[in-house]
Design a protein around this ligand. Structure first.
Ligand code: SF4
Length: 432
């Protein structure tokens, strides 16, 4: 099973290659040696990651050719937009009309959308986001894998079940060999082209050790590697980049500095933002976003979170619902609603229509398994599958009863592909 369609190189200029996918031209940054015009490659997140033999590429493309255009038809049908809706308040409709035309909305207009409550209005908001997603990204949907390498955390975020203060969980830390084996299986056996290595803020790993692991993955298997190790320090970001990491997943959780301080036991938002800015300067693809439904968070806070995500040049938006964990200080607060998460997804798409990849988080699926489909129809175009070894997955319980905790990788893949196909989406990463 492939999660990327091979493309043929049309031209090369310095480090940039132009790749043809069934007539569509996309640019990719090249760090591979010896590429020539006419070669076939896989690209992920705008990076050329693997050259593949012409025969192999042609046979994969032959299988894909018909399916590719059929899927695009299905997606096009599902993303049609009719703004002629009497049941939606006129002011709300006017803002959606402006968004659908691709005009920039003011903050007040975005806030009006965020405060929308009526079902017809929200339905139309979600449809507008889906229309914009299709217009700018066609039917591509990236499928990344994530390996949770450690749940041993030195931090004490009040919303997190694996925070240092929770004495009631089993801690684990995968060894270098275990991480390499999990990466091998994900890339070599299951065909993932992009992998996130995620851990709690674990002082038990030395930065050189993490860099060596990344270097070994890059030397052995073709994949785009994202790191998600929390705040590793600005200089260490460079060490990990030099080792081959090309993406950073680090949520700022909330753009409200006071709320951030309250829910992270006194940490400063400025430090997190500094990491995100340095990562972008270094050339990392940035995945960031926030937690939806934190106690005391306002609708304006949520809108500011979306705007900050854009300001930080996010390649991918990651917004998940707050779900209370019983062994945390925030145990007594309610979960965010699916509706609010869908609103954030849709407004993110409107704010950054042409560029954003928007992730459907596992936390949203935990709230409601059907919400993954709804999110994909509300502006989202990215999913992550958990490829952590099964025996460790239950221990990364940042919130309880996480979706896919006991599902094999094969089951997750077949369910995801089935869902994406039913929506006319290609499980690929063609966007640049
Ligand atoms: S959110 Fe991250 S940094 Fe905070 S306690 Fe949980 S694992 Fe640690």
């Amino acid at each position: 099973m492939c999660y990327a369609i091979p493309g043929r190189i049309e031209s090369i200029e310095n480090k940039t290659v132009v790749v043809d996918y069934f007539g569509e031209k996309k640019k990719a940054y090249n760090e591979l040696d010896g590429l020539a015009i006419g070669d076939y490659i896989y690209a992920q997140g705008g990076y050329a990651i693997q050259k593949i033999p012409e025969d192999e590429a042609k046979s994969i493309l032959a299988v894909w050719r018909e399916t590719f255009f059929e899927l695009q038809e299905v997606d096009l049908k599902l993303s049609r937009l009719d703004l002629n809706q009497q049941s939606v308040p006129a002011g709300f409709l006017k803002v959606l009309d402006k968004a659908a035309e691709g005009r920039k909305l003011t903050k007040d207009e975005l806030l009006l959308l965020m405060k929308g409550k009526s079902q017809p209005a929200l339905k139309l908001l979600f449809k507008t986001a889906n229309f914009l997603r299709q217009k700018h990204h066609k039917n591509s949907c990236c499928v990344h894998g994530i390996i949770e390498i450690s749940n041993d955390c030195r931090a004490n975020c009040g919303y997190c079940g694996i925070a240092a203060g929770n004495q009631n969980i089993n801690r684990y830390r995968l060894s270098g060999e275990q991480i390499l084996e999990a990466a091998r299986q994900a890339i070599e056996i299951h065909g993932f082209k992009a992998l996130v290595l995620q851990s709690a803020e674990d002082s038990g790993y030395d930065i050189k050790e993490l860099a060596e692991i990344i270097r070994k993955i890059k030397a052995n298997w073709p994949a785009l590697i994202f790191i998600s190790f929390g705040e590793v320090g600005l200089d260490n970001l460079r060490i990990l980049y030099d080792a081959g990491a090309r993406g950073l997943l680090l949520r700022f959780e909330t753009s409200n500095p006071q709320l951030y301080r309250e829910v992270t036991a006194g940490k400063e938002l400025t430090s997190r933002i500094a990491h995100l800015k340095r990562a972008y300067q270094l050339g990392y693809l940035v995945i960031t976003g926030g937690l939806i439904g934190l106690p005391g968070q306002t609708e304006e806070d949520l809108l500011n979170d979306i705007l900050l995500t854009k300001e930080l040049h996010a390649e991918m938006y990651s917004f998940g619902p707050f779900i209370p964990h019983p062994q945390t200080p925030l145990a007594g607060y309610p979960s965010a609603s699916v509706e609010t998460v869908l609103k954030v997804s849709a407004i993110s798409r409107i704010v950054d229509a042409a560029n954003a990849k928007i992730l459907v988080t596992t936390a949203l699926e935990t709230l409601d398994p059907a919400a993954r489909r709804e999110a994909l129809l509300s502006g989202a175009n990215s999913v992550m599958l958990n490829v952590t070894p099964l025996e460790y997955r239950p221990f990364y319980n940042i919130y309880p009863a996480r979706a896919h905790e006991t599902e094999s990788i094969e089951t997750q893949i077949s369910d995801t592909i089935g869902l994406l196909m039913s929506l006319g989406r290609s499980p690929t990463d063609l966007s640049v």
